[in-house]
Ligand binder design. Structure first.
Ligand code: SAH
Ligand code: F3S
Length: 483
């Protein structure tokens, strides 16, 4: 296993939505990378539905093929390049088909795409999707179209996304876009621009709408959810000064969580991603206060070495991270915690690597996403530091952390054996059509015999056995949430 990707089964899958009557054109859209990209593709599909497009899973019959791309590691970009070759082959059979590149790779390569990749007709960055109708017109008139302007305020708050190919149970709702953290290895601040927060009113409206449609779980999405901040406005004359006014009218992430939890007490609330330097105790208290906010935090650390963390421009030390973990466990004893980790960052020594292993030993994460450092053009690390750790060393260190994570995952799933936990049923188990698959609050997958239960039910499951990634059990009744 080289690396784990979130929701890997969905990567590159063509997305489908309910056909809109009267729409004659066909859109084929596939997405790569993070959950935000998948969520953005839903926004794109909504915008294009208004332009007469219905989705198709047959690329051969498409009028428009779109690919929402990821630039986070070189490998992600290589995958997209291979897909572009495939589109090219299809275009030879269906010359009227137009091809557009969306997302981070579009933003990173801009018009270079049109010069290098002859088959691309349209290049659209993550903040320019509302311009798609105009860009399409350009393309139809035979011109190439590019819009990669990044925005300081676009949040797509006014677009209600069509849900694509989902299970009808879980959905993503984006709350911030962009990132201001400038971790030195990361391309996101360049491809997704400055951080901005979405109006809580539009977030709650979307959540309420999802609840009305029968959804049972939502994940609030942002590159760094903890820095969510919305100023509610107000009248200046009622406050001492501007700072006082901002303080009094602001909604921070802990408050937003509570608003969402209160709006839909029967819905499970998750969020991703948290950043150790921005996570506050308030967030933990909000989680503890509401049963429907899941006891789970994705808390990437990237390295266990204070020196490397500093080189990465992460604003905390190894010790401060331990303190945060202790605080999480004190306030939410049964909290699931997962990590992201990078091996072979420039200058990483064996000692730094040992620090990473010992940090993992301290936390014993439930699971994790581990990657070899991939130099990204334009980032501070690429400019200032030589990518000097040999590939074999990166690989060996990666194997060591993946193996250790495997051990800890097994330890964590074992802890569930004998307990009865609440599981939200999402789908049929991949291994057996007689079993349901769902997740615990801690985000661990659980499978159990279907009996009379159905997708979308909250059930109590007695865990009898486990693998390192999956809990195996038997339903013992509905959860109280179900009533
Ligand atoms: N805050 C974001 C992080 C996005 S990138 C979030 O919402 O998850 C996801 C993960 O990719 C990072 O946490 C990091 O572990 C990894 N990553 C980012 N840049 C990388 C690079 N240049 N090489 C290898 N891994 C990288
Ligand atoms: Fe990237 Fe760091 Fe932001 S990993 S997305 S710059 S928090």
């Amino acid at each position: 296993m080289e690396e784990k990707v979130i929701d890997e089964n969905k990567q590159g899958e063509a997305l489908v939505l309910e056909a809109k009557e009267g729409n004659a054109r066909k859109l084929y859209i596939e997405s790569y990378g993070c959950q935000m990209n998948f969520s953005d593709s839903e926004i794109v599909a909504s915008i294009l539905a208004e332009q007469g497009f219905n989705t198709t899973q047959q690329m051969e019959e498409a009028d428009l093929v779109l690919v929402n791309t990821c630039s986070i590691r070189d490998k992600a970009e290589q995958t997209v390049r291979k897909r572009l070759e495939k589109y090219n082959a299809v275009k030879k059979i269906n010359p009227k088909m137009k091809v557009g590149v969306l997302g981070c790779m579009a933003e990173r390569l801009k018009s270079k795409f049109l010069e290098e990749e002859k088959i691309v007709d349209m290049v659209v960055g993550p903040d320019a999707y509302k311009d798609l109708p105009n860009l399409l017109k350009e393309v139809e008139e035979g011109r190439d179209a590019v819009n990669v302007i990044l925005s300081k305020d676009e949040t797509y708050g006014d677009i209600s996304p069509v849900r694509l190919g989902g299970n009808g149970v879980t959905a993503f709702v984006s709350i911030t876009r962009g990132c201001d953290n400038m971790c030195t290895f990361c391309v996101v601040p360049f491809t997704r621009g400055r951080e901005r927060s979405r109006d809580p009113k539009s977030i709650i409206e979307e959540v309420n709408d999802l609840a009305a449609k029968g959804y049972k779980e939502i994940t609030l999405l942002g590159q760094n959810v903890d820095s969510y901040l919305w100023y509610g406005g107000g009248l200046k004359k009622d406050f001492k000064n501007a700072t006082e006014m901002q303080k009094a009218t602001a909604t921070n992430f802990a408050q937003l969580l509570e608003l969402v939890a209160q709006a839909q007490p029967k819905m499970r609330i998750r969020f991703s991603t948290s950043n150790p330097q921005d996570m506050t105790e308030d967030v933990l208290h909000s989680m503890a206060k509401y049963d429907n906010i899941c006891n789970y935090i994705h808390l990437p650390v990237q390295s266990g070495s204070t020196r490397i963390l500093k080189e990465m421009n992460r604003q905390h030390t190894r010790e401060e991270y331990f303190e945060l973990i202790d605080t999480v466990k004190r306030i939410i004893p049964d909290c699931g915690i997962s990590q992201d980790m990078i091996t072979g960052f420039p200058t990483e020594t064996e000692e730094d690597h040992q620090d990473t292993l010992s940090l993992m030993e301290y936390v014993k994460y439930d699971f994790g996403f581990m990657f070899m450092y991939s130099e990204r053009p334009g980032t501070m690390a690429a400019r200032k530091l030589e990518d000097n750790i040999p590939e074999e060393v990166k690989k060996r260190r990666l194997t060591e952390i993946v193996d250790l994570q495997q051990k800890h995952s097994a330890y964590r799933t074992q802890e569930f054996v004998g307990k009865t936990v609440e599981v939200l049923i999402e789908k049929e188990s991949r291994k057996s059509d007689a079993q349901w698959s769902g997740r615990t609050q801690q985000n661990t997958v659980a499978v159990f015999p279907k009996e009379h239960y159905k997708v979308g039910d909250f059930v109590m499951v007695k865990i009898e056995d486990c693998t390192s990634a999956t809990l195996i059990g038997k339903a013992v009744g509905y959860s109280k949430v179900n009533n």
